[in-house]
Design a protein around this ligand. Structure first.
Ligand SMILES: Cc1ncc(COP(=O)(O)O)c(C=O)c1O
Length: 447
């Protein structure tokens, strides 16, 4: 990449974004945060254009929502067609085919060789809430296990299942009862000398001990786990760990809920991340990339489990809206037609190679890790002490957007930079984004 191109990007004007941001600060509270001050005017594929006409490569995808790319023509067409036909009749009042058709397709493509049923809601948090309601009703048990560094949303129950205190939970208690947190492997930060196998063994033992120390297994209805932790910092566990959890669930009659809200829809180089571990969960929560930006979430699970709640016990005014379901059907077609599962693997190979090279070059990068097209770098002040480099992370993100790349952070310590580019990203766009990233890291390490 020529430096002239990057220089030109540094001198970009942001007058309109700035003026909109001033209005935003007056009109909108601080709580709904912004990771960049860039106001989007349009977005296509893997590129966002702001209101000042600046172009950005998008490595955030609206936080993992744009696996099929911004404004995919097929999604736009499906949405427009549906909007001309009907926008909302409410599934509970006058149901429609797209809801049923999308449920049928999800029942077919989600892992699990057993009869399944699917219901829809609007957001990831709502999917999590409903999955827990369904599991409690089916098992008659109130307890739910979630994991350290897990993120499941911002509503009361989802927030209670979430692990990071600041900012997600601080000052918002009391939290929902009967929620228990157990450890999840973090091989990079394991005590020195401890192998991944030892870590798994220790944690699985802790899960077993939990039933002696904290709650009887017959009081636990569900265990919710991200097959790869998203907000937690793209932490990839071993097959042994996920299979160990499944075994424990089976032993105790606990339902395993795979939270695939960030990992689903081809992101990890499989349609669903749990497939990497050869585990069939009882319930799966999905959202984000399910409908390319239209608000939609889904819970798919064993038919007999999904049917436990009685008519009227589940639902909501907007859940599975006709427009969102039309977009969801288009997304599934696109993933298949454009072979995005394979594309995610290719993107992952390129990212892994380039990020490993960057790690060789910059001591600030403690580790790079990922699965499929879900990669991240964890930044540390010192490779030996592994002290998290949070300030440097913030500065790199700023240097990225100033140079034309949008990317976001993650991690318990806010020191992970994660990459969730649309899977339709072109090779030259991917290269451009990685080049900007390298320049941004370099600018911080030299200053
Ligand atoms: C794994 C996971 N679960 C749940 C959620 C919550 O989704 P939403 O923000 O749509 O409520 C998220 C959002 O980042 C997530 O990554």
């Amino acid at each position: 990449m020529k430096t002239t191109q990057v220089k030109q990007k540094e001198s970009r004007t942001m007058d309109r974004s700035r003026s909109l941001h001033k209005r935003r600060l007056e009109a909108v509270p601080r709580g709904p945060y912004n990771t960049t001050p860039i106001y989007a005017a349009s977005a296509k594929g893997a590129v966002i254009t702001d209101v000042d006409g600046n172009r950005y490569i998008d490595f955030a995808g609206g936080i993992g929502v744009q696996n099929v790319g911004h404004c995919h023509p097929k999604v736009v067409e499906a949405v427009a067609r549906q909007a001309r036909q009907s926008v909302h009749t409410c599934f509970h009042v006058a149901p429609y085919e797209s809801y049923v058709a999308l449920a049928e397709r999800l029942n077919e493509i989600t892992p699990g060789n057993f009869p399944k049923k699917t219901m829809f809601a609007n957001s990831g948090a709502e999917a999590v809430e409903n999955a827990v309601k369904i599991a409690r009703k089916y098992t008659g048990r109130p307890g739910v296990i979630s994991f350290e560094r897990g993120f499941h949303g911002r509503t009361l129950l989802a927030m209670s299942l979430t692990s990071k205190v600041k900012p997600y939970k601080h000052g918002f208690g009391p939290f929902a009862p009967s929620v228990y947190k157990l450890p999840y492997p973090y091989y990079y930060r394991a005590p020195e000398g401890m192998s991944p196998e030892n870590v798994d063994e220790m944690i699985l033992q802790a899960v077993n001990d939990f039933f002696i120390k904290d709650a009887a297994s017959d009081e636990i209805g569900a265990m919710i786990v991200e097959p790869v932790q998203g907000e937690g910092g793209f932490v990839v566990p071993s097959k042994n760990f996920i299979q160990g959890l499944k075994k424990i669930c089976e032993q105790h009659g606990i339902l395993l809920i795979a939270d695939e809200i960030q990992t689903g829809f081809a992101r990890t180089g499989n349609l669903f991340a749990i497939q990497h571990f050869d585990v069939e969960p009882d319930l799966i929560t999905m959202s984000k990339s399910i409908a390319a930006g239209l608000p939609l979430s889904a819970i798919t699970g064993r038919a007999e489990v999904m049917d436990a709640p009685e008519p009227g016990q589940l639902g909501g005014t907007f859940g599975g809206s006709p427009i969102s379901c039309a977009a969801g059907l288009a997304v599934l077609d696109i993933i298949e037609e454009e072979n995005l599962v394979e594309r995610a693997r290719q993107i992952g190979r390129t990212m892994e190679e380039r990020l490993q090279q960057m790690k060789e070059k910059f001591d600030l990068i403690g580790v790079v890790r990922g699965l499929g097209a879900m990669w991240a770098m964890e930044l540390v002040k010192d490779r030996k002490t592994k002290e998290p480099a949070k300030e440097e992370t913030v500065r790199i993100l700023e240097q990225c957007w100033k140079r034309g790349l949008i990317t976001i952070s993650a991690g318990m310590y806010g020191n992970v930079i994660r990459f969730l580019p649309p899977l339709v990203i072109r090779d030259e766009e991917l290269e451009e984004g990685l080049h900007i990233l390298e320049e941004a890291v370099s600018s911080i390490t030299q200053s």
